[in-house]
Design a protein around this ligand. Structure first.
Ligand code: NAP
Ligand code: 8YV
Length: 313
C-alpha cells in the first residue's frame, strides 16, 4: 500500500506540472471519475488535500472531512468558497506573483493587437487583400496615449511599468490610493472619461461584479478601447456588446468571459473591432510550470501542518 498522501484534484491544469504530483501524492482525478460521489466516499477517511483550477464549493469540502488544505491553481480564487473553507478550518492557497510578468506582457500584447488590429491584418494578408485592395486602413497609435488601469496590485503594477516603456500617461482606480507616481482616480467613470485605454485587472467576485458597466463604457467612448484580462464578471457583457454594436465604444480586447469557455456569438461576429482570446494570459510553459509547482508546495505544506507558502485565508 502507498505511503504517499492522497490528493483530490477537482479540475486539471498544465499536464507537465500535474505529472510531477505523482512523486509526492496518490492523485485522485475527480473530473475524470464517472462515479464522483463514489470516488469522494472512497477517500473520505484519509484525504487531507484538495487542489483545482476552477471551482471548489462546500459540497466537496463536506465530502472530505479530513481536508486541511485547498491548493488553488490561479491567483484569482473567486471560484473557491473561501468562507466555507475557513468555517471548516481548511486553509486555502493561490498562485500569486509567479504569473504577474506573464499576464502583464499579455495585457500589453492584447492592447497592441486590438489597437493596431494585428489579427485583422493577418486575415487581410491571408485573404489576398493586400494584393487585390492595397494597403489596409490605418490603425490607432498606442504609445504616448492615456491608459487607465482598473486594479493596481501585483499584476496591475507590472502592466503600469510596461505602459511607462510605451511612454503612456498612466492613471489607475482602486479602492484607495497607492504610493506610486501615477494619477489616482477614486471614481472609475471619471477615469474612463479621461483615458484612451482601460485595462481591467481586478479580482473577480461579488465586490467587482459589473464594475465596467454602461456608464463606464460610455465614458470611455467611441474612440476608447477596453482590455479585460481580469474576470468576465468584472464587465457587464450585455452592456459591452451593445456599446460595441452601437459604436459607443471603439474596440475591445478580451481574454476572459462570463461563461467560459462559451463566448457570446455577438462578440464572435464582431471581427473588426473585437479581439478574442481563450483566457490564456498566464498560459506559457514556464509560468504554468511555476504555478503548478506552487500548488504542489502549498498542498505538501498544508498536509504537513506547516504554514502555506501563499495563503489566502
Ligand atoms: P492583487 O495583487 O490582489 O491586486 C488586485 C488589485 O485590485 C488591487 O490593486 C486592489 O486594490 C484592486 N481591487 C480589488 N477590489 C477592488 C474593487 N472593488 N474596486 C477597485 N479596485 C479593487 O491581484 P493580482 O495578483 O494583481 O491579480 C488580479 C486578478 O487578475 C486576479 O484576481 C485574477 O482574477 C486576474 N487574473 C487573470 C488572469 C488571466 O489569465 N486573464 C491571470 C492572472 C490573474 P485595493 O485593494 O486598493 O482596492
Ligand atoms: C489561469 C488566472 O488561467 O491566475 C488566474 O487567476 O485566471 C489564470 O492564470 C487560471 O487560473 C487557470 O487555472
Amino acid at each position: 500500500m502507498s505511503t504517499k498522501p492522497d490528493l483530490l484534484v477537482v479540475s486539471p491544469w498544465y499536464s507537465a506540472a500535474m505529472a510531477e504530483l505523482d512523486a509526492h501524492f496518490t492523485v485522485h482525478k475527480l473530473w475524470e471519475a464517472d462515479d464522483k460521489a463514489g470516488l469522494l466516499a472512497s477517500i473520505a477517511d484519509r484525504c487531507e488535500a484538495i487542489a483545482g483550477s476552477s471551482v471548489c464549493g462546500a459540497d466537496i469540502m463536506d465530502a472530505l472531512p479530513r481536508a486541511k488544505v485547498i491548493a488553488h491553481h490561479g491567483v484569482g480564487y473567486d471560484g473557491v468558497d473561501v468562507k466555507a473553507a475557513t468555517e471548516r478550518g481548511i486553509k486555502v492557497s493561490n498562485t500569486p506573483d509567479v504569473l504577474s510578468d506573464e499576464v502583464a506582457d499579455f495585457a500589453l500584447g492584447l492592447l497592441l493587437a486590438t489597437c493596431r488590429r494585428i489579427p485583422q491584418a493577418d486575415r487581410y494578408v491571408r485573404a489576398g487583400r493586400w494584393e487585390s485592395d492595397g494597403d489596409m486602413p490605418f490603425t490607432k497609435r498606442v504609445h504616448g496615449r492615456k491608459v487607465g488601469i482598473l486594479g493596481l496590485g501585483r499584476i496591475g503594477i507590472e502592466i503600469a511599468r510596461r505602459c511607462e516603456a510605451f511612454k503612456m500617461d498612466i492613471a489607475y482606480h482602486t479602492r484607495g490610493p497607492k504610493d506610486v507616481p501615477y494619477t489616482y482616480y477614486g471614481d472609475l467613470v471619471s477615469m474612463a472619461r479621461d483615458v484612451d485605454f482601460l485595462i481591467a485587472i481586478v479580482p473577480g467576485g461579488a465586490g467587482t461584479r459589473h464594475m465596467v458597466n454602461r456608464q463606464v463604457l460610455d465614458a470611455l467612448g467611441p474612440e476608447g478601447v477596453l482590455v479585460n484580462v481580469a474576470r468576465g464578471s468584472v464587465v457587464d457583457e450585455a452592456a459591452l456588446i451593445e456599446a460595441l454594436k452601437e459604436g459607443r465604444l471603439g474596440a475591445a480586447g478580451l481574454d476572459v468571459f462570463d461563461k467560459e469557455p462559451k463566448v457570446p456569438q455577438a462578440l464572435k461576429d464582431m471581427t473588426e473591432n473585437v479581439v478574442l482570446q481563450p483566457h490564456q494570459a498566464s498560459a506559457t510553459h514556464d509560468t504554468r510550470l511555476a504555478m503548478g509547482r506552487l500548488v504542489m508546495e502549498n498542498a505538501l505544506a498544508g498536509i504537513a501542518g506547516k504554514p502555506l507558502i501563499t495563503r489566502v485565508n
